[in-house]
Ligand binder design. Structure first.
Ligand SMILES: NC(=O)c1ccc[n+]([C@@H]2O[C@H](COP(=O)([O-])OP(=O)(O)OC[C@H]3O[C@@H](n4cnc5c(N)ncnc54)[C@H](OP(=O)(O)O)[C@@H]3O)[C@@H](O)[C@H]2O)c1
Length: 251
């Protein structure tokens, strides 16, 4: 018997970017993965072998719509016929603007999508995870959670809330066999931002500013998430793991 958890993992925002890489890496280590997004698309160009590719399923779901989350999670539990042993709360948005004039409606939208949705999805997943007996929630926060970043009041606040939600759920649900870990990435190159990150002023700034010499790739976050699902033991919980090349602690 393998030591690590076996079953189905639900990944929000699993259609592209970091969520797609997490989904692919989870499927690579043998887990079945429900990739939730509004489009319902599968991760592009997974590079997986045929058997691992079959473990990926795309499902439509809007994480801001309670009914949509409830029906998607129920469908996953019914369709796969496997215990739901994990949830990755990855879907998120980024809106920016000066704090003095940042519209409250936009602040609320970021908080809803990045933070309230994490609690909602975790609540809906809770009965399934508890039933599995041993389960893991991975939240995708950001190293902005501990920084004061100009023009990022909503995003920073939302990611600080993700860290706090992770700690509270970890403490409340530990006796149910549910671990909660918050991965807080720094600058990550994804399909969407690759061109921007690899040219001109931003590339030069990031090379200078990040101690390891530049951004990471979404696969790096995917592999860390997959490692957490394979980690024996339950003692790692409630913690935020910063994956930022040392940027958040560097002067
Ligand atoms: N990229 C970075 O440098 C970086 C750094 C730190 C933290 N992060 C965090 O990592 C996570 C993923 O970021 P990313 O850069 O990979 O983003 P991305 O490329 O924009 O992908 C976002 C994913 O979330 C889905 N999504 C967005 N709104 C949704 C909703 N209401 N309901 C369901 N799915 C929704 C999108 O699919 P649909 O549009 O089809 O719904 C897509 O699959 C976010 O939480 C972000 O804050 C990113």
């Amino acid at each position: 018997m393998p030591e690590f958890k076996q079953g189905t993992v639900i990944v929000t925002g699993g259609s592209r970017g970091i969520g797609a890489s997490i989904s692919v890496e989870l499927a690579r280590v043998g887990l079945h993965v429900a990739c939730l997004s509004r489009s319902g698309e599968l991760p592009p160009d997974s590079g997986l072998d045929v058997e691992a590719q079959k473990r990926l399923t795309g499902l439509r779901c809007d994480i801001n719509d309670a009914a949509s989350v409830e029906s998607a999670f129920a469908a996953v539990a019914a369709r796969f016929g496997l215990p739901v042993i994990g949830l990755v709360n990855n879907a998120g948005i980024h809106l920016q603007g000066p704090s003095a004039t940042f519209p409250i409606v936009d602040f609320d939208r970021v908080m809803q999508t990045n933070a309230s949705s994490v609690l909602r999805a975790s609540q809906v997943a809770y009965p399934f995870l508890r039933e599995a007996g041993s389960a893991l929630i991975v939240n995708i926060g950001s190293f902005y959670d501990k920084l004061g970043v100009r023009g990022n009041v909503a995003y920073c606040a939302s990611k600080a809330a993700v860290g706090a939600i992770s700690r509270c759920l970890a403490v409340e649900w530990a006796r149910d066999g549910i671990q909660v870990v918050n991965i807080a990435p720094g600058y990550i190159e994804t399909d969407l931002n690759r061109d921007e990150m690899n040219e001109g002023a931003l590339q030069a700034f990031l090379k200078r500013r990040i101690p390891t010499g530049g951004p990471a790739r979404s696969e790096d976050i995917g592999r860390l998430a997959a490692m957490l699902f394979q980690l024996p033991g339950r003692f790692l919980t409630g913690e935020t793991i910063y994956v930022d090349g040392g940027q958040g602690m560097a002067l």
